[in-house]
Design a protein around this ligand. Structure first.
Ligand SMILES: NC(=O)c1ccc[n+]([C@@H]2O[C@H](COP(=O)([O-])OP(=O)(O)OC[C@H]3O[C@@H](n4cnc5c(N)ncnc54)[C@H](OP(=O)(O)O)[C@@H]3O)[C@@H](O)[C@H]2O)c1
Length: 259
């Protein structure tokens, strides 16, 4: 077996179908591109149509099969409808990536029920509902990969973690519960844990050069994260190579969490 054949056996996603929420921006977009370039047919799911179309065009430019579903994941009925729509272009997914997320950051004493509910709806309820929709089918077919994009704030407070950190801690536990339920049937369920990544989500912090430099200094690599840093880890967790990795949190944070 040649080296490319061996790498392909471990990591190729050819013949797989992936649904990536938040696949139109930042980390989700980088993951969608990585999964597509590794061979998967990819459906990206978010609200803004122009951003979705640009991601599909980029995937197609790489010769990938790609489609988009525009939907708001903050309402349960809309999530259910979006899940059905996401299974239309290429069939039921083998890989589900939950990257859509919001971080509203009011200090906890000022955090009202509206922010709490909005945060939980997108960051935790939608991943739960999508897991319930796609997990059983993955288990019945004997292969599946569920990857949640969590946060260092699942494990510690950081710049008004508020409801956001709670939602991400919930995702960590959700991955464990899903792993317990479905891993006996070939479905692995894990989280990717970013540190501080330069994306639109962090526009306020990332436009302050002093804060950016201070955060970079807290890592071991000396820089903040970029969306492309998640490509390799996502392909690994989506591939056959990670068949014995489940219920885990994989920190992709330049060493921030261990510094
Ligand atoms: N950047 C960081 O430092 C960092 C650190 C830790 C964890 N994370 C996590 O990484 C994930 C991706 O964030 P990012 O940094 O890549 O941010 P981003 O570039 O702002 O991407 C967020 C994505 O979520 C989608 N989204 C937001 N609300 C939605 C809704 N109601 N319905 C459907 N889609 C929705 C957005 O698309 P639309 O707006 O078009 O809907 C967009 O595609 C998030 O879960 C975030 O919590 C990020």
């Amino acid at each position: 077996m040649t080296a490319p054949e061996y790498l392909s056996e471990l990591f190729s996603l050819r013949g797989r179908t992936a649904v990536v929420t938040g696949g139109s921006s930042g980390i989700g977009r980088a993951i969608a591109l990585a999964l597509g370039r590794a061979g998967a047919a990819v459906v990206v799911l978010a609200r803004r149509e122009a951003e979705l179309a640009a991601t599909v065009a980029e995937l197609e430019g790489h010769g990938c099969r790609a489609a988009a579903v525009s939907a708001d994941l903050s309402a349960r009925d809309a999530v259910r409808r979006a899940a059905d729509q996401a299974a239309e272009p290429f069939g039921e997914p083998d890989i589900l990536v939950n990257s859509a997320g919001i971080n509203l950051r009011p200090p906890l004493p000022e955090l009202g029920e509206d922010v709490w509910d909005a945060t939980m709806a997108v960051n935790l309820d939608a991943p739960y509902l999508l897991g319930q929709r796609f997990g059983p089918g993955m288990a019945a077919r004997g292969f599946g990969r569920i990857i949640h994009v969590s946060s260092q704030q699942a494990f510690r407070a950081f710049v008004d973690s508020g409801a956001y950190g709670v939602s991400k801690a919930g995702l960590t536990a959700l991955a464990r519960s899903q792993a317990e339920a479905w891993s006996p049937h070939g479905v692995t369920c894990n989280t990717l844990v970013p540190g501080f990544v330069m994306t639109p989500l962090n526009r306020r912090l990332s436009s302050d050069p002093e804060r950016v430099a201070a955060l970079a200094a807290r890592t071991m690599t000396g820089r903040n994260g970029l969306p492309g840093d998640f490509a390799g880890a996502a392909v690994f967790l989506a591939s056959d190579a990670s068949a014995y990795v489940t219920g885990q949190a994989l920190f992709v944070d330049g060493g921030l969490s261990s510094h």
